[in-house]
Design a binder for this molecule. Structure first.
Ligand code: IMP
Length: 200
């Protein structure tokens, strides 16, 4: 079976990506399963998520020789003109909690009606043999609540409310989150691309 490398060290993402690809006819391997030189950490220098996803997929694909899927994601808040966006992981130093608390402080004066936001996930798939690269994305809209809720997920999940389900991402299982999330949507698109364009 052809191997597919999932090029991320984020444990939250790995859990969701593996769950979505369980029934997929490829041998899914993570960065922990491949031998990489010590200096293999990839910076994210691009100013778009697409740019960073492409850099990650090409870097790890070329280092390992494997078909590689990389993802870059972020939270885009309407009242903050799309911030933190591509800078979501580096919005404040410290932990995920430090970052979402900073966001909540910035939104203290924003009324309930104007608290719309979306997660965006951009996936790049790269085959080092053919040098073919493809990208796709998924968008997931919701609302930033005032008080964090839930313990599942990662990142900004405790403050992102799915209004249809009446719960935050952090109150969902990985399966439930995948059924509605940016990453779940992007992965469904990625599976189609893999079947159509990267099959052996
Ligand atoms: P990346 O590793 O550069 O893609 O950074 C993504 C950052 O965006 C993460 O560290 C989180 O802070 C945030 N993020 C992306 N996807 C999610 C999600 O599904 N839930 C919560 N936060 C997310």
């Amino acid at each position: 079976m052809k191997k597919l490398l999932i090029a991320t060290k984020n444990q939250g993402k790995i859990k969701e990506i593996k769950k979505e690809l369980t029934d997929f006819a490829m041998d899914i391997v993570g960065l922990e399963n491949v031998n990489l030189p010590e200096d293999s950490a990839v910076q994210e220098p691009a100013i778009t998520m697409e740019g960073n996803a492409i850099i990650k997929a090409m870097t790890y694909g070329n280092k390992t020789g494997l078909l590689t899927l990389a993802e870059d994601a972020g939270l885009e808040v309407d009242a903050l003109n799309g911030r933190p966006g591509v800078l979501s992981a580096r919005y404040a130093s410290g932990t995920d909690k430090d970052r979402y608390l900073k966001l909540l402080r910035e939104m203290q004066a924003v009324s309930d009606k104007k608290r719309g936001a979306q997660f965006r996930s951009v996936i790049a798939i790269y085959d080092p043999e053919s040098e073919k690269i493809r990208t796709c994305e998924g968008i997931y809209r919701g609302k930033i609540i005032q008080t964090p809720k839930g313990k599942q997920g990662f990142g900004y999940d405790p403050i992102f409310l799915n209004e249809n389900l009446g719960k935050t991402n952090a109150q969902m299982t990985a399966e439930e989150k995948n059924s509605v999330s940016h990453r779940g949507k992007a992965l469904k698109n990625a599976k189609e691309i893999l079947k159509k364009e990267f099959k052996q």
